[in-house]
Write a new protein. Structure first.
Length: 152
């Protein structure tokens, strides 16, 4: 049963995401406090970048996350998937898994990718579990990250 939609990610939705964001210790050290100017810079430096495709993850009209394909390489037909949910109230409910499934389908069907990469911090076991559940294969580890690949 579909619960979420991937919607365009204009600046207004980006602000909505970051206003609701609560730092997850599995993803970042320290805390986060909404800063209008930081979000403006973030949006224009990342979301508007040509080698990225961003979507808002929406539950009805509420932005509950952001998802992207980044480092898109049209020649090699590959990209890297990345996702963040606003806070723990939206985790462990299948929203992230559903969003990643939709983004993978978008990458393979709309962008004609052949390979999608992913990474997660070693301490982020939830992310690792989801990647493996979606069929990603473990490639390697370094000191901080685990790296994965999914081929079409």
């Amino acid at each position: 049963m579909e619960q979420i939609t991937l919607q365009p990610y204009p600046l207004e939705r980006c602000h909505q995401f970051w206003k609701s964001y609560i730092a997850d210790p599995d993803m970042m050290d320290g805390s986060y406090k909404y800063d209008f100017n930081w979000v403006e810079r973030y949006y224009h430096s990342k979301v508007a970048e040509k080698k990225r495709v961003y979507f808002a993850i929406c539950l009805e009209n509420t932005v509950i996350g952001e998802i992207q394909l980044k480092a898109i390489d049209s020649e090699k037909k590959c990209a890297t998937i990345s996702i963040q949910l606003t806070n723990n109230s939206f985790k462990n409910r299948g929203f992230g898994t559903e969003a990643e499934r939709k983004m993978i389908a978008y990458g393979f069907e709309q962008l004609h990718l052949q390979t999608i990469y992913a990474d997660c911090l070693h301490r982020n076991q939830r992310s690792r579990h989801i990647l493996e559940k979606l069929g990603f294969q473990h490639l390697r580890d370094d000191e901080e990250f685990c790296y994965f690949v999914l081929n079409k």
